[in-house]
Ligand binder design. Structure first.
Ligand code: IMP
Ligand code: MG
Length: 198
């Protein structure tokens, strides 16, 4: 019997779905490594927030799976707000600046906000989101990303300092675990580098 047979946290290693295999150059972070890192991140976040109720602001759609996994390791009193935000038009790989697609304000006033995104690239998406939360009267604002591209990717006006980071990644296009290319590949359970031809 395998060591993990009785471990409810064990994540089985399933192969990349055959329909996606041809597009993937290599797996950067397999699902087990992601799961372990998320548990560690949640431990740090939980310790920092203590008993302060949290307003978790998740930037959709890329942070969908990250947030879903992270919050189940955060035994805090929290509310969740989903930001619909897009900094890339279609499948373009350059940010043209974050555009806030929809925002409401009242629920942020006086709250301790944790903003969550999938990846820090130019930093403009997070900068815009932090600003929106600040204008809405948040009491404190922290930021968390699963992935962070190298500092050379940051653009003027972009946020550079993030409070919680899952992994640093090279300057490549990554997909899976919520991250997309042209809105595909989000359902890949691992984080992978896309083949250049795609
Ligand atoms: P930023 O505003 O340039 O920092 O871009 C952040 C957003 O760009 C993220 O929320 C992602 O949706 C997207 N993004 C940047 N790099 C990648 C990538 O390598 N794969 C998938 N999405 C990415
Ligand atoms: Mg995104």
């Amino acid at each position: 019997m395998n060591d993990n047979a009785h471990d409810s946290n064990a994540v089985p290693d399933e192969p990349v779905p055959p329909s996606l295999q041809g597009d993937i150059e290599r797996i950067l972070f397999p699902r087990r490594r992601i799961a372990a890192r998320i548990r560690a991140l949640a431990g740090r976040i939980g310790g920092d927030f203590g008993d302060r109720p949290m307003m978790l602001a998740a930037i959709m759609t890329g942070s969908l799976i990250f947030v879903a996994d992270l919050i189940r390791h955060l035994p805090l009193r929290m509310r969740i707000h989903l930001f619909g935000l897009s900094s890339y038009a279609g499948a373009a790989t350059e940010s043209d600046g974050a555009r806030m697609l929809g925002q409401r304000g009242a629920e942020f006033a006086g709250k301790h906000v944790l903003i969550i995104d999938d990846i820090l690239d130019s930093g403009r998406t997070l900068a815009a989101t932090v600003e929106a939360c600040r204008l809405a009267g948040a009491e404190s604002i922290r930021t968390c990303v699963l992935l962070r591209k190298p500092p050379a990717r940051r653009k003027p006006g972009g946020l550079d300092q993030v409070d919680y980071v899952g992994f640093d990644v090279p300057d490549v296009w990554v997909v899976g675990y919520g991250l997309d290319y042209g809105d595909y590949y989000r359902n890949l359970p691992d984080i992978a580098v896309l083949k250049k031809k795609c």
